[in-house]
Design a protein around this ligand. Structure first.
Ligand SMILES: Nc1ncnc2c1ncn2[C@@H]1O[C@H](COP(=O)(O)OP(=O)(O)OP(=O)(O)O)[C@@H](O)[C@H]1O
Ligand SMILES: [Mg+2]
Length: 256
C-alpha cells in the first residue's frame, strides 16, 4: 500500500549544518527487540542531528518506550539485531551503565527518584562518577524550584517537581542524547509549560533530545523532526511541522 502522506526517507545529511561531517550524531539502525518471544521493536531506524529535538510519537503500545529502552541498552527488551551509534561510539556493544557513561541519558516515565535522599543529595549522587555534566549550581539556576527545595526529601515533592529533578539529574551527568519518556504525563498545564521551557533551554544548550509524548502537539511544537511508530515500525519520518499540518496523518497514527 502506498500512502503519499508517508515520507520514509531520512533527511539528507547535508541539512545537518552543525555537524559538519558526513555521519549522523545519533543513529539507531534497523533495531529488532524482543520481550521474551514477543517481537516488539520491528526494524526501527531513526537518526538525530546534533542539537536537534526529535519527537517520537505513536499510539499506546506502538513501541515508543521499548525503543527508548533499546537505545539506552536497558536489557529488556532484548535487542537481537541492529546498531546504535552516538557521536562515533558503538552503543549497541555496550551495557546500560556503559551507555550512560557514553552520554545516553534516559529519563523514564516513573522518574526513579531515590527515596530517603534530598533533592541536593539526588543531584550529588548523579555526579558521584565521571563524566560530570552541568554544575549543580547551574542546575539550580535553570531549575529555581529545585533550588528552593534543595533540602527537601525528593520523593515528597509534587509530580512536576520530581519530573524537573529527573531531568536535572540527567543533565548532571554528561548527557549527549537525552531520552525523555512522557515528561508531561500527569502534570498540570502550568508545570507542563515550565518543563517545556526547560526542554527549550536544553535545546539551546545544544543537547540532542528524543522526546516521547502522548501530548503530541506539545512535543511537535518543540521538535524539529518527528518519527511516528505504529506496531513497532516507523511509519513516518519527517519535519515536525508536517505532522502538525497534516490532520489525516495525525488521525491515522496518533488518534488526535
Ligand atoms: N516487559 C514487557 N513484557 C512484554 N511485553 C511488553 C513489555 N513491555 C511492553 N510490552 C509490550 O510491547 C508493546 C510496546 O510497548 P511500549 O511500552 O513500548 O509502548 P509505548 O508506545 O511506549 O506505549 P504507551 O504510549 O502506552 O506508553 C506493547 O504491546 C506492550 O504490551
Ligand atoms: Mg510508553
Amino acid at each position: 500500500m502506498t500512502d503519499t502522506t508517508i515520507d520514509r526517507r531520512p533527511a539528507s545529511p547535508t541539512d545537518n549544518s552543525r555537524l559538519g561531517g558526513t555521519t549522523r550524531y545519533f543513529s539507531a539502525e534497523d533495531i529488532h527487540a524482543y520481550y521474551g518471544e514477543s517481537y516488539i521493536v520491528q526494524g526501527v531506524s531513526l537518526e538525530v542531528n546534533r542539537g536537534e529535538v526529535l519527537a517520537l510519537l505513536g499510539r499506546n503500545g506502538a513501541g515508543k518506550t521499548s525503543t527508548l529502552r533499546a537505545i539506552a541498552r536497558a536489557g529488556s527488551p532484548e535487542v537481537r539485531s541492529g546498531e546504535i551509534w552516538l557521536d562515533g561510539q558503538a552503543v549497541h556493544e555496550m551495557k546500560a551503565h556503559e551507555a550512560a557513561v557514553a552520554g545516553i541519558g534516559l529519563v523514564p516515565e516513573d522518574r526513579r527518584i531515590i527515596p530517603g535522599l534530598t533533592v541536593h543529595e539526588n543531584l550529588e549522587l548523579a555526579q558521584i562518577a565521571e563524566p560530570k555534566g552541568w554544575d549543580i549550581e547551574l542546575l539550580y539556576e535553570r531549575f529555581p524550584r529545585l533550588a528552593e527545595r534543595r533540602k527537601q526529601e525528593a520523593v515528597t515533592m509534587s509530580g512536576g517537581e520530581q519530573q524537573m529533578l529527573a531531568v536535572a539529574r540527567a543533565l548532571a551527568r554528561n548527557v549527549k542524547l537525552l531520552l525523555l519518556d512522557e515528561p508531561y504525563e500527569g502534570l498540570a498545564p502550568v508545570i507542563v509549560q515550565e518543563i517545556e521551557r526547560i526542554v527549550r533551554e536544553i535545546k539551546e544548550a545544544g543537547i540532542t533530545t528524543i522526546i516521547v509524548e502522548q501530548n503530541a502537539v506539545a512535543a511537535l511544537k518543540l521538535a524539529d523532526r518527528a518519527v511516528i511508530l505504529d506496531s513497532g515500525e516507523v511509519v513516518f519520518d519527517g519535519a515536525a511541522e508536517t505532522v502538525l499540518n497534516d490532520a489525516a496523518l495525525r488521525e491515522q497514527y496518533l488518534a488526535i
